[in-house]
Design a protein around this ligand. Structure first.
Ligand SMILES: [Zn+2]
Length: 165
C-alpha cells in the first residue's frame, strides 16, 4: 500500500473520530480503522469513559468489530489505522490478532504525555524491534492534522481531564 492510500484511510479514521466525538481534546477523539485487501472492515472510536472500560480504546474496539464481522479471530495482512500512536495494550492486541501493519497519525512527541502509559521506554520502540518480522509500524501519516485533535505537549491540562478517555 502506498503513502497515498495510507493518507486516504487515515483521513477516514480522523473524520470518523470527529463525527463521533467532535474536535474538543477534552473528548479525546481517537479514531481507528481496519483495512483488509483494500477494503474497510471495521472502524471505531474510544469508549472508555462511556463504558467505564479502560480497555475500550479505539483500536481494541476496532479489532473486536473486525473479528465479529469476519467471524475470524486472526486479522492477517490487515492494516490497523489509528489517529494517535497506539498504546502498548493496543499494539500487543494487534500482535495477537496477527495484524500486519499499524499506521498511526500523531506520535507521542506531537501530543501531551498524558496519552501514554509508559514512562522511560516507548512500548512501540520495543515492539518495532522485538516483532519486526511480524508487524510493520508506520507513524506520522497526517500527523499534524491528527495532532490538532489532542492536547499538545505544552498544554496545561487539568488533572481531572488526564484520563485519556
Ligand atoms: Zn490503546
Amino acid at each position: 500500500m502506498n503513502e497515498t492510500s495510507d493518507e486516504h484511510w487515515m483521513r477516514l479514521a480522523m473524520e470518523h473520530a470527529i463525527a463521533e466525538k467532535g474536535t474538543d481534546p477534552a473528548n479525546t477523539p481517537i479514531g481507528a480503522l481496519i483495512v483488509l485487501d483494500g477494503e474497510e472492515i471495521a472502524r471505531s472510536v474510544n469508549h472508555t469513559a462511556r463504558d467505564c472500560d479502560p480497555t475500550a480504546h479505539a483500536e481494541i474496539e476496532t479489532i473486536r468489530n473486525a473479528g465479529e464481522k469476519l467471524q475470524e479471530m486472526r486479522l492477517e495482512s490487515a492494516t490497523l489505522y489509528s489517529t494517535l500512536q497506539p498504546c502498548g495494550m493496543c499494539t500487543f492486541a494487534s500482535i495477537w490478532a496477527g495484524v500486519s501493519r499499524i499506521v498511526y497519525g500523531a506520535g507521542r512527541d506531537d501530543v501531551h504525555e498524558m496519552y501514554f502509559e509508559d514512562r522511560h521506554l516507548s512500548t512501540l520502540d520495543y515492539v518495532s524491534d522485538a516483532y519486526k518480522e511480524d508487524l510493520e509500524l508506520v507513524g506520522g501519516v497526517l500527523a499534524e492534522e491528527c495532532a490538532q485533535l489532542y492536547y499538545r505537549p505544552g498544554d496545561d491540562v487539568p488533572e481531572d481531564e488526564q484520563a485519556n478517555d
